[in-house]
Design a protein around this ligand. Structure first.
Ligand code: PLP
Length: 427
């Protein structure tokens, strides 16, 4: 497959943009080749500047669960755009999307829209601190919650991909308020809470971790955190930026039956436009300005184009049988990939929850970041390049999840499995 034009465009981009990209993992650095430059996309397919097409399992890192450029979403965006793209004043679209999210999540009584997942988690942390009057938070090694200072500590994929556990520029004085525990280790969290009695404002986590591949919570882990938080007056912050409206219409919390005090959303609720949101109990949310004293704001928050895309997307997700179809397609692909992987002498371990999956190049099982880090990233890189060459676009990192969309056809999945058989045999 020829990538000449993409490589030229990348060289040009590097002159003006740090590393040639506006978000690090896009650079393909950890898989040993140049990124492909996308010109357009439709359904399950993306097309690059050299005229190649790919079956896409990145799906803009999760938002495109309907597939790319869904006609109903595009129509909603265009119709709204013709009437003006931003007013900095309230619109009814914001209330409509807020109402839809509140109906999907019984524990979200009020919600505020922002423009990215990073903003959502950053604001949720501030709110938890302001509400409890405590400074410390607990996060889990390998969970990514965006790149705000307090959360850029042991933060999974982006950082893991580049081997930088945390980032220069985050003052030690900030990071010291962030305690990190191992995912799936409830006892460790209990000890941490006991050692910091009445000092923990919130515990934040991905309910299914998708930024260290795909790691499900062990039975009792989320339930145990819920109980601990209730006992200790700590806010449980469930970061559903990736899992929200993906693992079920009501996200991981509906699927797993555990409810947070605060919930962060993003990705799918924006239907491919820049959106994030955080919500929860009315009593906590009402502490936000202007009703309360905890400040949070955004010039483009609740942007009408983004709200329209979100409303159109959620409306389609509500259709009967949507998530059953995602599950069925994902299970079919999982089986095919497992069979394909048995053709290589390399050890692999496929983990999947709903339409999120990851093939680790190691024996597994992977239940936390230390496990994930044992993967053979060099062999993954070769597998990634072989798949790309066969027209299959996977996430360019061992530590990212793959995503299924409703637009993936049986033929797409069969082609993917066939490509994987060849790629695995060639390793
Ligand atoms: C993507 C992601 C974020 C950050 O969202 P951005 O829109 O990239 O800022 C936060 N939390 C989780 C779980 C994510 O997957």
């Amino acid at each position: 497959m020829n990538h000449t034009k993409s490589s030229q465009l990348f060289a040009e981009a590097k002159k003006y943009i740090p590393g040639g990209v506006n978000s690090p993992v896009r650079a393909f650095k950890s898989v040993g080749c140049d990124p492909v430059f996308i010109t357009h996309a439709s359904g399950s397919q993306v097309y690059d500047s050299d005229g190649n097409s790919y079956i896409d399992y990145v799906q803009s890192w999760g938002p495109m669960i309907l597939g790319h450029a869904h006609p109903k979403v595009i129509e909603a965006i265009c119709k709204t755009a013709a009437e003006g793209t931003s007013f900095g004043a309230p619109t009814h679209l914001e209330t409509q999307l807020a109402q839809m999210v509140c109906e999907a999540y019984p524990n979200i009584e009020k919600i505020r829209m922002v423009s990215s997942g990073t903003e959502a988690t950053m604001s949720a942390i501030r709110l938890a601190r302001g509400y409890t009057g405590r400074d410390k938070i607990i996060k889990f090694d390998g969970c990514y919650h965006g790149h705000a200072d307090s959360l850029l500590v042991k933060a999974g994929s982006g950082a893991a991909t580049f081997g930088v556990p945390t980032s220069p520029g985050v003052p030690a004085d900030f990071a010291k308020h962030t305690l990190t525990a191992n995912y799936n280790d409830l006892d460790e969290v209990k000890q941490m809470v006991a050692a910091n009695k009445d000092q923990i404002a919130g515990i934040i986590l991905e309910p299914v971790a998708g930024n260290m591949g795909c790691v499900a919570p062990r039975a009792g882990f989320l339930e145990g955190l819920r109980e601990l938080c209730t006992q200790e007056g700590i806010l449980l912050i469930i970061d559903e930026v990736m899992t929200g409206f993906r693992l079920a219409y009501g996200g991981a919390q509906e699927r797993l039956g555990v409810r947070g005090d605060l919930v962060c959303l993003g990705k799918i609720i924006g239907g491919g436009m820049p959106v994030g949101a955080f919500g929860g109990k009315q009593e906590v949310m009402d502490q936000l300005s202007p009703g309360g004293g905890i400040y949070q704001a955004g010039t483009l928050s609740g942007n009408p184009l983004a709200m329209s895309a979100g409303i159109a997307t959620l409306t389609l997700l509500k259709e009967e049988g949507f998530y059953e179809q995602i599950e069925e397609k994902s299970a079919y692909l999982e089986k095919g990939l497992r069979d394909a992987a048995s053709r290589t002498a390399h050890k692999t371990c496929l983990q999947r929850v709903g339409g999120m999956f990851c093939t680790y190049f190691q024996e597994g099982p992977v239940s936390n970041f230390a496990d994930a880090a044992r993967s053979d990233v060099e062999t993954f890189g070769r597998f990634f390049r072989a798949m790309l060459d066969k027209g299959i676009y996977l996430a360019p990192s061992q530590f990212e999840a793959g995503f299924m969309s409703i637009a993936h056809t049986r033929e797409n999945l069969d082609r993917t499995i066939e490509a994987a058989q060849e790629a695995f045999s060639s390793l």
